[in-house]
Design a protein around this ligand. Structure first.
Ligand code: HXC
Ligand code: NAP
Length: 273
């Protein structure tokens, strides 16, 4: 795809992307790399990160640092942020993309299952943002959080994810209001269903709903990781210099129909929905 953004848009800029070794977040990393950014990717699996870093460096010629850290553990997150700052001198853009998801009816969800998703998505987003605050302030940087349609439009079997992502959207606005005076912008992207990702597999794949849901989306197709990458390029760039606290929905209009088309299939699992 030909980019409408200048190839050196982010020359000498540094990003730190959680979950950057796979899926949507990897699409964002590749977009950054193709526009001059150096990127540290972080998630739990060092092996997965190393493989992704090697592939992306070969594809783009830009430098990628791979640092394992569980976003639920503040000390590990802080160490990963510090290692990136030591390596490159600072961080200009943080993307909080790490997440956990599975479909489970709330009446059957264990307390630990609920806590686990809140911990990865919401607490993880706070941990990384907090640990990166000093370097972001020093470099007048910005944060991009990754939400989901479930935050504003509740979906059956997604109580944990909806609560976590709604928390992320509120945190986005809270940090945007607190840190605006420190020169840090904080925004969020809401991807709709994105083709070829783990999220679509976990939510739609297991109910064989991929084709059915795709046809109900106003733009009649799933999104691509490149399209979410474009949103991140815009929000991270000087073109968005006056944008903070924004929740940018990129979903082909899915939020307007939400889970309605899935209800029939879901009722086969829980007839009382
Ligand atoms: C019910 C489940 C479950 C499931 C786990 N649990 N999977 N409960 N149904 N399918 C419960 C466990 O039984 C346990 O509770 C608790 O959750 C923690 O599970 P662990 O396996 O110990 O957790 P952990 O090893 O930390 O793994 C986290 C995880 C896992 C979220 C459970 O799935 C994971 O690593 N996911 C990362 C990748 C991912 O989810 N990608 C999708 C993001 S997409 P008990 O009580 O038994 O101890 C996304 C899409 C949005 O967010 C929208 C798309 C359209
Ligand atoms: P994915 O590839 O599974 O991405 C999730 C990433 O999070 C993985 O790289 C995973 O790597 C990392 N991760 C999980 N738990 C972690 C932890 N405790 N600490 C650090 N990293 C952790 O899924 P995806 O579908 O592309 O989703 C990416 C983002 O987009 C998520 O925020 C998701 O909620 C959001 N989203 C996706 C869709 C969609 O259609 N796919 C729609 C809306 C929103 P490790 O396993 O190595 O830790």
């Amino acid at each position: 795809m030909t980019s409408i953004f200048h190839p050196e848009l982010f020359k000498d800029k540094i990003a730190f992307v959680t979950g950057g070794g796979s899926g949507i977040n990897r699409g964002i990393v590749e977009a950054f790399l193709r526009h001059g950014m150096k990127v540290a990717i972080s998630s739990r699996s060092q092996e997965r990160l190393d493989k992704a870093a090697t592939e992306m460096q070969e594809q783009t010629g830009s430098e990628v640092l791979a640092i394992a850290a569980d976003v639920r553990q503040y000390d590990a997150v802080e160490a990963a942020i510090n290692a990136t700052v030591e390596h490159w001198g600072g961080i200009d853009v943080v993307v909080n993309g790490a997440a956990g998801n599975f479909m489970v009816p709330a009446a059957h969800m264990s307390a630990n299952a609920f806590r686990t998703v809140i911990d990865i998505d919401l607490n993880g987003t706070f941990n990384v943002s907090r640990a990166a605050f000093a370097t972001l302030e020093a470099r007048q940087g910005n944060i991009i959080n990754i939400s989901a349609v479930q935050a504003a439009h509740p979906m059956p079997f997604q109580a944990h994810v909806g609560a976590a992502k709604a928390g992320i959207e509120n945190l986005t606005r809270s940090l945007a209001s607190e840190w605006g005076g420190r020169g840090i912008r904080v925004n969020a992207i809401v991807p709709g269903p994105i083709a070829g990702t783990e999220g679509v597999d976990r939510i739609l794949g297991q109910f064989n709903l991929v084709e059915q849901v795709e046809g109900t989306i106003p733009l009649r197709r799933f999104g691509t990781v490149e399209e979410i990458g474009n949103c991140a390029l815009f929000l991270a760039s000087p073109a968005a210099a006056y944008i903070t606290g924004a929740i940018l929905v990129c979903d082909g209009g899915q939020h307007m129909v939400n889970y309605g088309p899935m209800l029939g299939v879901m009722r086969q699992v829980d007839p009382k929905l």
